[in-house]
Design a protein around this ligand. Structure first.
Ligand SMILES: [Zn+2]
Length: 460
């Protein structure tokens, strides 16, 4: 008698079902009825039951015949669940299963097993081991750490009608898959040293969350990643939400201009960098506000800026735009405003609500802005800076795109990036930078050769 998985037994054959007395019934389509406690696959047969069944050869023959179609279906459903859990594709070839994942336009085949449920079970623990190894090597190289399955991330923030927020259920972390780790490694490789904490000794902790910690932002979008700093007793954390975690790994796996996990992580790491460079409150320096074409109102106390409040984006013709919403239940939108933030309608008259004002799509504002943002996400100067810096470091192609489409953002990002490199790696005795970032994002010693290569890249 083969080692049959419990799901192969249809509930209409109670005499052969080891799990029918008050236990859960596993249905042929892989779903489970809720008539009792959960039974794991490993509990399918006791040895005594196996011996008893193997003695009944006539029955066994009948059973095998009867099970054949269901068994096939079952194998594929277990296989599908392994594929989903590990973000792996399983292909059958010469009675073997081959396990691979897709990242950065490549197919990584990581494992092979016998083409059976037993093979799948062994493969699962191997996939766990491979992911653990990969996580460990990333942790060692970049000094970051990963949260693993079951670690609490934070309580869900629920938005009330009056704009206040209440705390909902706890959201837990999930150990990242090989595919997610690959994207994370690529993001870290391009983002150095932005993953480091201000002490320069250890890096951020990275969480892959199983839920949505925050409500929708920027025109009703679910956040893909969040950078949390300044939480009491916690070191800065990068949280990838469930929506971010399922994104394609890199631009080579995504639709053109689509978001991808490497970008999201690179973006969140720039926020950690902003904290290191601008202080705990992440107050954008006036120089960068000017470079990117934003104005703001400062909230000050005892001569110290506590907050730069309500950013206004400058248009090409001296006009201003804002991104806001009238109430917490409507999606935020770009609209025409006075520099003091009063909404204006298409005729340039003051109106009371955003609903009555002249509104625009992100793309329209990109065209109208005095300094063209490099992506659709620029709801304030901090985010516009973040996206510029991500584009600058992500790849040679994205740096090229940034340079040709948003040259002012390029200049601002390059200057900031060099300041961060100098802060982390230091300067030589003549006050020159020790390292520079090459067009492909790698960090190399500053030399005539590296400087010339960057100049040539920028002249093209
Ligand atoms: Zn951001």
């Amino acid at each position: 008698m083969p080692d049959l998985p419990v799901e192969s037994f249809a509930p209409s054959h109670p005499s052969m079902c080891p799990c029918c007395s008050g236990a859960a019934l596993f249905l042929a389509d892989g779903t489970r009825s809720n008539s009792g406690p959960k039974i794991e696959e490993s509990e399918s047969f006791t040895d005594a039951e196996k011996t008893a069944t193997s003695a009944q050869s006539a029955k066994e023959h009948f059973l095998l015949e009867w099970l054949r179609p269901t068994e096939k279906k079952q194998v594929s459903s277990t296989r599908q669940s392994v594929e989903a859990q590990y973000e792996i594709k399983i292909e059958e070839q010469d009675q073997k299963y081959k396990y691979s994942y897709q990242a950065d336009g490549k197919k990584y085949t990581v494992l092979e097993s016998e083409a059976s449920d037993k093979g799948l079970a062994i493969a699962k623990s191997e996939l766990d081991r491979l992911a653990q190894e990969k996580a460990k090597s990333i942790e060692q190289q970049y000094k970051v750490s990963f949260a693993t399955s079951g670690e609490p991330v934070m309580r869900e923030q629920l938005l009330n009608d009056d704009c206040s927020s209440t705390k909902g259920a706890m959201i837990y972390a999930k150990t990242p898959t090989l595919r997610q780790l690959q994207a994370t490694e690529l993001a870290l490789q391009q983002s150095q040293p932005s993953q480091m904490l201000s002490d320069g000794k250890e890096g951020v902790k990275i969480y892959f969350a199983e839920g949505r910690p925050f409500s929708q932002v920027y025109g009703g979008r679910w956040p893909l990643g969040v950078m949390m700093s300044g939480e009491e007793g916690k070191k800065p954390r990068v949280i990838v939400t469930m929506d971010g975690a399922k994104l394609p790994a890199t631009d080579k796996d995504a639709e053109p201009n689509g978001r991808n996990l490497k970008w999201v992580l690179g973006h969140e790491l720039t926020h950690n960098s902003q904290g290191n460079m601008w202080g705990e409150r992440h107050i954008v320096p006036q120089k960068i506000m000017d470079q990117l074409g934003w104005s703001s109102e400062n909230i000050e106390k005892d001569g110290q800026i506590l907050l730069r409040y309500q950013f206004a984006l400058h248009g090409k013709n001296g006009e201003f735009y804002r991104h806001q919403r009238d109430d917490c239940k409507s999606p935020s939108v770009w609209f025409r405003a006075k520099e003091d933030f009063t909404p204006l309608n298409a005729a340039g008259q003051e109106v009371k609500t955003i609903k009555e004002s002249q509104t625009f799509s992100n793309e329209e504002i990109m065209e109208r802005a005095k300094v063209r943002p490099n992506t659709y996400y620029f709801m304030n100067a901090q985010e516009m800076h973040s996206e510029g810096l991500t584009g600058f470091r992500y790849s040679k192609e994205s740096r090229e795109k940034l340079l040709s489409e948003s040259p002012k953002v390029y200049e601002s990002a390059k200057e900031y990036d060099q300041e961060e490199l100098d802060r982390f790696y230091g300067k030589d005795s003549s006050g020159n930078a020790k390292v520079v970032r090459m067009p492909d994002g790698t960090i190399v010693p500053r030399s005539e050769v590296s400087i010339r290569a960057i100049d040539e890249f920028e002249k093209r």
